[in-house]
Design a binder for this molecule. Structure first.
Ligand code: ADP
Ligand code: MG
Length: 499
């Protein structure tokens, strides 16, 4: 059976049409991303040297990484495995057979004089990344994702006035993920990058550490008048924080519009973002593919990926965040927004599901995990695995809100008590703190009668139809019960008494 792979590297439609994003000074913003993700293999893509970060320079480079004459690359199966997993996660086509190519250029941190990459036949073809932006569903199409090796690093030792080369990073496996120019604002670009980051860390192919360079984004940016052909792009290199990403793109867009408004043309170029000045600055004029003299690497045979391997990988992969989020919406009746937030990480999703199991209250569980719990985690700089309140405890507490034992406010105090170790049993803490809601309606009625007697003016206003005065009475009654009454019950009794 022959299957035609989707077109590779075609920005087929020039994407002329109605603008789908906000206009900036009358211009439409067009963004495409190339993201280099370092894969989590223990050893390098073509050698057995370790990929661990932070070792002494050149202690993790083998003959292959040093490009010693005669040293030959051997493909690391784990890198291919991870590329397949990524392809499946984004609904892409996994090539039956894929080819490595030499990308030739000269740079001190590239001792071979070429980078082994993929050109015409990448391992992952097509696919898309989906996410929500301000409640609107977005889909960014991927052109491709290809395997390649990382380069080394130049170290500039100013204090001795010399530069050295560290080849520890040389040969670290990268999956470069390329999108169509589908994004229409810096906010959308950041949302895409965050979603991609979530996918690669979720499936475990990349550790996602942006500071260490494990996830590096290049943003290709152009602007055009709505309806015009695509404008000339400039590529902002190596954005390694979401904040800089947004700043860099915003600056670049303003700069390009200024040039065009001044009647100047945009030159295709590679630029760097300087976080200190908040500006982008041209590094070099852009090379074309032809400048790299790509050709198939004779040292590496074509990479053949059997359909059995792909299917085996599919069955072994855990539920993806996008699929899990859809399940949360369908099974727990949660808003899409909640589902997206709860699937930001595997740990958050697991915690949430454990709270639901213990409480049988999905929406309350979602509110508490996204609200009180995440506030508390942020405030104490703790991640959810180290949460001071376990999912079982929170589930039990939510159960006590649902069955009317405690009010939301009281539950917050119990939560704080659990977190700070005042106690570990939810019911015992409720008892000890005297937070049980008043369930004796006779006692509550007496208190309400007192409140009505003491607030004659409010009572008159309520009778005249003032709802604010009603709130004031509820507030008074809650105060008189020290917050132990059930507000809904107070409301009901007040309404009954006031007719
Ligand atoms: P190269 O590999 O030379 O950098 P590609 O043609 O593969 O160039 O495109 C790289 C990236 O640039 C892709 O993500 C693509 O979506 C994006 N891109 C292409 N044309 C434009 C454009 N006019 N404006 C913004 N982004 C673009
Ligand atoms: Mg590029």
């Amino acid at each position: 059976m022959s299957q035609t792979p989707p077109p590779v590297n075609s920005f087929a439609q020039m994407q002329v049409g109605r603008p789908t994003g906000p206009l900036v000074q009358g211009y439409e913003v067009i963004i495409g991303f190339e993201t280099h993700t370092q894969l989590t293999t223990q050893s390098k893509i073509f050698s057995r040297a370790s990929t661990a970060f932070g070792a002494e320079p050149n202690t993790q480079a083998s003959a292959v990484d040093f490009a010693l004459p005669g040293a030959l690359p051997v493909m690391n199966k784990g890198a291919v495995q991870r590329a397949i997993e990524f392809g499946l996660a984004v609904n892409a086509h996994i090539a039956e057979s894929s080819v490595f190519a030499r990308k030739n250029y000269f740079y001190p941190d590239l001792p071979k004089g070429y980078q082994i990459s993929q050109f015409e036949i990448p391992v992952v073809q097509g696919g898309s990344v989906e996410f929500f932006l301000d409640g609107e569903k977005k889909s960014v199409r991927l052109v491709r994702a290809h395997l390649e090796e990382d380069a080394g690093k130049s170290l500039h030792e100013d204090f001795i006035g010399m530069s050295g080369i560290d080849l520890n990073r040389a040969g670290t496996p990268l999956l470069e993920i390329v999108t169509e120019p589908d994004m229409r604002s810096s906010a959308e670009a950041v949302a895409y990058a965050k979603e991609l980051h979530k996918i690669v860390t979720w499936i475990g192919i990349c550790d996602g550490n942006m500071q260490e360079g494990s996830f590096r984004c290049d943003a290709n940016v152009s602007v055009r008048k709505p309806g015009a052909d695509l404008g000339t792009r400039r590529e902002i290199k190596n954005l390694n924080s979401f904040k800089f990403m947004q700043q860099a793109i915003d600056y670049e867009v303003r700069w390009q519009i200024e040039q065009l408004e001044d009647g100047k043309a945009i030159q295709q170029a590679t630029v760097l973002f300087d976080p200190d000045t908040g500006e982008t600055r041209a590094m070099r004029t852009k090379e074309d593919a032809a400048d790299y003299r790509y050709f198939p690497d004779p040292d590496l045979p074509p990479l053949v990926i059997s359909r059995e391997w792909v299917e085996q990988t599919r069955t072994e992969m855990s539920e993806l965040p996008r699929v899990m989020a859809q399940r949360f919406v369908a099974d727990y009746d949660l808003p899409e927004y909640d589902a997206g937030q709860l699937t930001l990480s595997k740990a958050t999703a697991a915690y949430f599901e454990a709270v639901v199991t213990a409480s049988k209250q999905p929406k309350l569980a979602s509110n508490w995990v996204m609200g009180e719990l995440s506030r508390r985690l942020n405030a104490s700089d703790t991640n959810i695995e180290q949460s001071g309140v376990s999912a079982e405890q929170l589930g039990q507490l939510i159960g006590r809100i649902a069955d009317g034992t405690v009010s939301n406010n009281a539950a917050r105090q119990v939560f704080e008590g659990l977190w700070s170790g005042e106690g570990s049993d939810v019911d015992a803490l409720i008892e000890a703190k005297g937070l049980k809601q008043m369930s004796d309606s006779g006692e509550l009625e007496r208190i309400i009668d007192d409140v009505l007697a003491a607030n004659v003016k409010n009572v008159e206003e309520v009778r005249a139809g003032n709802t604010k005065a009603m709130n004031a009475l509820v507030g008074q009654a809650m105060k008189a019960t020290k917050g132990k009454a059930n507000p809904a019950q107070v409301n009901e009794l007040l309404k009954k008494k006031l007719g």
